[in-house]
Design a binder for this molecule. Sequence first.
Ligand code: AP5
Length: 218
Amino acid sequence: MILVLLGAPGAGKGTQAEALAAATGAAHVATGDLFRAEIAAGSELGRTAKSYIDAGTLVPDEVTIGMIGARLAKPDAKHRVILDGFPRTKAQAAALDAAFAPTGRRISAILLNVDVAILTARLTGRRICSGCGRPYHVEHRPPAVADRCDACGSALITRSDDAPATVAARLEHQLAALADVVQVYRASGRLKVVEGVGEIAAIQSQLVAAAAAVGFAS
Ligand code: AP5
């Protein structure tokens, strides 16, 4: 089964997907992480993606769909997968259905619903681990030791697209596409909504319950 975690930039997809993957044993596949790995490797795909990510816009569908297709073909993604950051357009949602509907693999979505007004503070206050990518927040989720990852001890850094101007561009350019994708899953009866504001652990409990309700459990 494939569980699609939908939400605006900064809604908490990465934070919650990491915990849900740990709770259920599912693979966590995040398109943003895949793009950042390609950028770090200096690949052609990474160079292409970087220009869009720096502008706060979506990477073109053909690039993104090809990359995720290769990732989902890997052995750890053969059973239960949490998709974080994909699909983000109607064309991506259609490609996902076309790839997996014939196999009988179910696809359900959960929207982490967060008011746009609080997303900017979440994104500009975010720090991520330079080693494992785990997200932190200077106020809401600080590490136990200043500037060091609780999980792997690597230094925390600020993502380049969390600069205030790029955050504003991401919110301006990406929310309409999110609404389109939400509508795809709502119209096909495959959407659950979890409110994404409040304590991270409390949201996780609701997410686990919503995932279990669609048959995605450990
Ligand atoms: P991506 O890395 O996916 O960025 P995003 O969707 O903008 O999502 P974020 O990672 O910014 O936020 P999140 O929802 O994971 O929140 P997080 O858990 O970190 O993509 C980057 C770029 O790649 C895109 O802009 C685009 O260009 C491109 N891209 C990616 N996928 C693509 C696709 N499919 N098609 C085309 N282009 C694509 O939390 C945010 C902060 O809030 C953290 O600091 C966290 O600690 C804090 N926080 C989390 N929960 C709470 C809470 N409950 N209360 C308070 N603080 C909280």
